[in-house]
Write a protein that binds this ligand. Structure first.
Ligand code: DC
Length: 231
């Protein structure tokens, strides 16, 4: 197992983690862990059961038993997220779901309950892991740790564009406020706060387009994993 490579991609939302991870997963044909989706699904499951997002014991129990599957949904890295047999892929992608996830994520017992589930994604031929604490806590042994950052303003603009492309209306001021609030909560919590691992490569994507970020990361991957076998 120790020789199965892992690439971790951490950072706040809106830095391009999702795009980079799906690029890496498609290129390398490795397994993919979207750890944020686990926190989002947990928050949704809690809401559906009427569990308060401050009820630590009930949330930890729910995290332990969470009936979630990631099912390949088509070409490339596309997956459907299935909760209790119901496809919730779109439902967990809303701003509300992201905020709810960020509210259940500081609970230590929740993070512990989700740990072994996340580690189980580490299988041959390799793993790309997207999140906040992939390189610091879940996979400290990772072969390559990337930490993406971007200015809060740029991230809010990107999010606005993503929402508009999906036909969802939003305004920049509200989005900026939400992003600032979520960053603050994710980076100041005591348990596994959002921060770069000491050995992470930090890339500021504020002034880079996605192709430039992809080119930089591809070089790093080739350097760090020289005998790379892509299928
Ligand atoms: O990456 P995302 O936007 O889907 O994550 C949603 C929230 O889940 C994020 O605001 C904080 C939490 N999260 C976390 O605490 N640890 C992770 N590894 C991933 C996400």
């Amino acid at each position: 197992m120790s020789d199965v490579p892992i690439i971790t991609v951490d950072g706040p939302s809106g830095t391009g983690k999702g795009t980079i991870c799906s690029y890496l997963t498609d290129w390398l044909q490795w397994n993919f862990l979207d750890s944020g989706a686990l926190y989002r699904v947990l928050a949704l499951a809690a809401q559906k059961r009427g569990i308060d997002n401050k009820d630590e014991t009930a949330l930890a129990n729910l995290a332990e038993k969470l009936n979630v599957e990631f099912k390949v949904a088509g070409a490339g890295s596309l997956v459907d997220v299935v909760l209790d047999g119901e496809i919730v892929t779109d439902e967990i992608r809303t701003e509300e779901a992201g905020n709810a996830a960020s509210q259940v994520a500081p609970i230590v017992a929740v993070r512990e309950a989700l740990l072994s589930r996340q580690k189980a994604f580490h299988k041959a031929p390799g793993l790309v892991a997207d999140g906040r604490d992939m390189g610091t806590v879940v996979f400290p042994q990772a072969t390559l740790k990337i930490y993406l950052t971007a200015s809060a303003e740029e991230r809010a603009k990107r999010r606005l564009k993503q929402l508009k492309d999906k036909g969802i209306s939003a305004n920049l001021r509200d989005l900026s406020a939400d992003i600032a609030e979520r960053d603050e909560r994710d980076s100041t919590r005591a348990a596994s706060p959002l921060k770069p691992a000491e050995d992470a490569v930090i890339i500021d994507t504020s002034t880079l387009d996605i192709n430039e970020v992809v080119a930089k990361i591809s070089e790093l991957v080739k350097e760090r994993i020289p005998n790379l076998a892509t299928r």
